[in-house]
Design a protein around this ligand. Sequence first.
Ligand code: ZN
Ligand code: ZN
Length: 343
Amino acid sequence: MTLLALDERGLSCAVGDFHIDPWQPVARAVITHAHGDHARWGSDQYLCSREGEGVLRTRLGAGANIQAVDWGEPVTINGIRVSLHPAGHILGAAQIRVEHRGEVWVVSGDYKTTPDVTCSPFELVRCHTFITESTFGLPIYQWAPESAVFEEIRSWWTSNRERGRASVLFAYALGKAQRLLAGFADADIGPIYTHGAVERLNRDYRAAGIRIAQTTYAGGMPRGHSFAGSLIVAPPSAAGSTWMRRFGEFSTGFASGWMRVRGIRRRRAVDRGFALSDHVDWPSLLSAVDATGAERVWVTHGIREPLVRLLSERGVEARAIASRWKGEEDLEPVEIAGEEIEA
Ligand SMILES: [Zn+2]
Ligand SMILES: [Zn+2]
């Protein structure tokens, strides 16, 4: 039996009697990050990074039993040494390092290796077995520098403002929205209004010391207020809802890695797509996997087969494992439509 294995509740460590990002309630859950497909309600105990504690509590509720640890601080769970290391994905996102009798496994969670001022930078952790996400595991997925994407958004907003229109920018409420707002902190864009789901998490980011642009909760504005020329940041679930009526004439944009694909942009029916992702692109995925030195790689969460094939050709013991990434922030837009609407 391997140190970590999939059971009906998700990825489990039988010897240590804990799960990592379990799909169903368990006694002890080690959580990579607070996105819905990784942090689920109902477990007795949660372990997460200190950096991610605030957003995890917002997501799980005040009653959740959460223990937070510093980066790299080892915790022993039933004889298994566990430590958390930054994944560079969103605030507090961790890779989980699990060590037993000299054997080291690392579970990446979601990650990116490019800089992002809203979270600690990705740390390379050497291991024997690496369980990697592969959300964008195809060569077509290659990201432009974020500064170029921010500039695109800025010029879209500028032209909307000149036409007297509001700009409604859809972005996942946890992580992507705050990364955009951090990018606008010094840009001459605004006023910026937010949907409640975004604003609530903005509070957690600010409390964690992350500098983001000044924002105003759109729902707090009086009836008849003009939003012309402003930027509104809202979760994708708000698209087409009655919540949008207050903005008068507006243009819509969507910031997601999936916007790299024209067909998806069209299906999503937004005016503009901005390819900004919090996951590694294909070249970064390959170099990150390679740098771990892992002789065994399990691929989960996304487009898995091309990576498995490529690693196998290189002599790495690779296989795809099941995941449940429904409800994910960067999901293919058809699936995003089913995402819950937060007030
Ligand atoms: Zn995520
Ligand atoms: Zn995910």
